[in-house]
Design a protein around this ligand. Structure first.
Ligand code: ADP
Ligand code: MG
Length: 351
């Protein structure tokens, strides 16, 4: 969402590649002790004393992962970091550095990229990570963003996907389905706007859903919360594709089964009402909607008292022996096989 019609737009060619990099990155100065050298040399230099390093990369493609018709560039910069930081927190680690690489077409003025980098900068400040490098190149088709996030953790704290054990409790943070329904609302408004460019959408009742789609927050607080509670997750994953596919990932990696209880799935009231409006089943949205960036983990039953009643955490089921399979137990007490239907298969587009 960048209005190209306003005056005073600077063409990318006016700065040139190196001028552009210098212009976009001049506000980034490293804050962390683990960042020895950031932007400005052939490579960044990092140092993590006595801890293991955790690295994750994601690629975001215009038209596949985001639509500039309703995604403001500042939000996009923020979200690009969230998507990656979420993966670091899902390892029960602390995120500390990111690299940001972009491919842009010359239809973008410098001011558009400044907006994008304002979002990157805000996220790096809020999440206390240093931007330590990246790459800048041109694109003939759309905007591409690749972020790599780096973090660290003590060896014994890292939570992999393969550590879940039968009888573990299955726990999720926050609530589910809001980001997907936010996207449905935005898509609908885009169609309305196309048909009638003078229409003034009233999106107030959808604020929470739209924020969850456009400005998601990664769960930086959870590794710390778990540490404070004295809980080490046996397995953990972030929810980027929908609850069911993430449960299946943990089960397959850990060689266990799972029972998920429909009535326990945490939903915001705004999700329930918008699902009624769109005539969609809210459980389906929680199971298969995407981009919630909450964390899903399993813990030993003996840790139950430590997490009981915590407002950030909901117990939604438990792990079973592998041969019992993976099931959703419905409100009507039916036992249905859990199927992986990530949000991409709900769209026409493939990821
Ligand atoms: P090289 O030719 O070695 O790839 P570049 O000229 O691309 O070097 O990059 C110079 C410095 O600027 C490097 O530290 C690189 O990591 C950083 N950099 C380049 N593009 C970006 C970007 N889009 N965001 C942040 N840092 C960048
Ligand atoms: Mg380069």
């Amino acid at each position: 969402m960048f209005d190209n019609s306003q005056e005073s737009k600077t063409n990318l060619s006016e700065l040139g590649e190196f001028g552009l990099i210098e212009h976009l990155t001049k506000h980034f100065s490293p804050k962390l002790d683990s960042t020895i050298k950031a932007i400005g040399d052939d490579a960044a230099v990092l140092k993590f004393d006595g801890e293991e390093t955790v690295i994750s990369t994601d690629l975001l493609v215009e038209g596949v992962h985001f639509d500039l018709a309703y995604m403001p560039l500042k939000h996009l910069g923020y979200k690009a970091l969230m998507v990656n930081l979420s993966d670091i927190y899902a390892m029960n680690a602390t995120a500390s550095q990111v690299t940001v690489s972009i491919a842009v077409s010359n239809r973008f003025p410098v001011e558009a990229l400044e907006e994008f980098y304002a979002g990157v900068q805000l996220a790096s400040k809020v999440y206390n990570v240093d931007v330590i490098g990246g790459d800048t190149t041109s694109s003939t088709s759309g905007f591409l963003i690749s972020v790599t996030a780096i973090g660290h953790a003590k060896k014994e704290d890292i939570a992999y996907r393969d550590g879940a054990k039968p009888n573990d409790l299955l726990v999720v943070t926050g609530d589910l389905g809001a980001a997907y329904m936010g996207l449905q609302v935005l898509e609908r408004e885009k169609e309305v706007f196309k048909a009638n460019p003078n229409s003034q959408p009233d999106l107030e009742q959808y604020t929470y859903l739209i924020e969850r789609q456009l400005k998601p927050e990664a769960r930086k607080d959870i590794p710390k919360l778990l540490k404070d509670l004295g809980v080490k997750p046996n397995a953990m994953i972030d929810i980027s594709d929908g609850l069911s596919s993430e449960i299946i990932h943990i089960c397959k990696s850990s060689k266990v089964g799972a029972n998920l209880y429909e009535e326990k799935i945490p939903l915001d009231p705004a999700v329930i009402s918008v699902c009624e409006e769109f005539n969609i089943d809210s459980t389906t949205i929680a199971l298969s909607g995407g981009e919630d960036y909450e964390l899903l983990f399993s813990i030993a039953q003996s840790d139950y008292d430590k997490i009981k009643g915590n407002p950030h955490l909901t117990i939604i089921g438990h792990m079973t022996e592998e041969n019992e399979g993976m099931h959703l137990i419905t409100r009507a007490n039916q036992k249905l096989p859990l199927i992986a239907r990530g949000w991409n298969s709900m769209d026409k587009e493939e990821d």
